[in-house]
Design a protein around this ligand. Structure first.
Ligand SMILES: *Cc1c(COP(=O)(O)O)cnc(C)c1O
Length: 333
């Protein structure tokens, strides 16, 4: 599919590596060969998946004459850190609206991404209770800034609209070219599924290019039926936005929802095991909220024999390691 017609800033200069994980595969009994796509190494302060989406979102903001970016996320949001980071890079102001999804979880002095919000010079942080209508809350901030003569542009949570999802359509196309160059056949791709732009973009990219590699999401916040509906809707909107003239088959979107309990951003044993195992076998850092839970899902699926013996499974590493530093007691042995 032709993405060249969409403006973008060029934040992604080279393909992120696809690496084989020999020690990690061995630790799981060599039932499958685990590969990882290192989107944790994308450019932008401390890396991660939002850079691919913001490449398109911020290009749209600049095309519309914005001088200020407003976005939202949870209190340790990687998306907020990366939006702020690219705003700094572009010389734009950035204001954040943080949703306290877990009551009393906002700590002004917290480490991790929160520390980086301040270090990167955020213009303002507005904290709102969990369940608040985030678009309306961002509109309130925008209205105030307009009164001051600013030209704000709102990026939705996770940059998960059809503009941002183009970043992961592009990732799907990049991945297929890499697999061709490497002569590697991948049987299954696993991605974290949150605000859904990553999962939806990957699915749209695969389906739109007639690639039959299944892409499964591991939910980090919602039950399966709800999440699958959100991903399907965004994937179809993205295909339509590209002008692909493709009807997404229902079975193109599947999620696993057994790995995020007790709830979004709250630690569980599988996540802790996954983070430690990848760190101690391959020295690659996951995060507690997204990639750690998604990897714990993949580990469980491998152990249960969900993938055929000898299959090649690719894990999309979406980044997030700065959040580890907000969870120190969780990882002490
Ligand atoms: C935002 C995020 C995700 C989830 O991606 P979505 O597009 O929101 O589904 C996964 N991992 C990390 C580290 C993230 O910051």
């Amino acid at each position: 599919m032709n993405l060249a017609k969409f403006p973008r800033r060029g934040y992604v200069k080279t393909p992120t590596p696809i690496e084989y994980l020999p020690n990690f595969s061995k630790a799981l009994g060599n039932k499958v060969n685990v590969y990882i796509k290192r989107d944790d190494l994308l450019p932008g302060c401390a890396g991660g998946n939002k850079t691919r989406k913001l490449d398109f979102s911020i290009a749209d903001a600049l095309a519309k004459g914005a001088d200020t970016i407003i976005t939202c996320g949870a209190v340790q949001s990687n998306h907020c850190r990366l939006t702020l980071s690219w705003a700094v890079h572009e010389g734009l102001d950035c204001h954040l609206v943080l949703e306290e999804r877990v009551k009393d979880s906002y700590k002004p002095e917290a480490s991790g991404n929160n520390f980086l919000f301040h270090l990167l010079g955020v213009k303002s942080i507005t904290v709102v209770p969990g369940g608040s209508p985030m678009l309306e809350e961002m509109e309130k901030v925008a209205a105030k800034l307009r009164e001051q003569g600013k030209k704000p542009y709102i990026i939705p949570g996770g940059a998960s609209n059809s503009i941002g999802a183009l970043g992961y359509v592009s990732c799907a196309q990049e991945t297929m070219q890499q697999l061709f160059d490497m002569g590697l056949k991948i049987d299954h791709i696993i991605v974290p599924s949150g605000s859904a732009g990553t999962h939806a973009g990957m699915v749209a990219g695969m389906v739109g290019n007639n690639v039959d590699i299944p892409v499964s999401g591991v939910d980090v916040s919602r039950p399966r039926d709800v999440q699958e509906g959100i991903v399907r809707k965004l994937a179809q909107e993205t295909l339509d936005f590209i002008g692909a003239n493709v009807k997404l088959p229902d079975q193109a979107v599947t999620c696993f929802d057994a790995y995020y309990q007790p709830g979004y951003s709250l630690p569980n044993d599988g996540m802790v095991e996954a983070v430690k195992l990848l760190a101690r076998t391959e020295a690659i850092l996951l995060d507690p909220v997204y990639s750690g839970k998604a990897m714990s899902g993949m580990i469980d699926l491998i152990r249960k024999g969900h993938f055929p013996q000898g299959a090649n499974v690719l894990f999309l590493h979406t980044g997030g390691s700065p959040a580890l530093y907000a969870y120190l007691p969780t990882f002490r042995d």
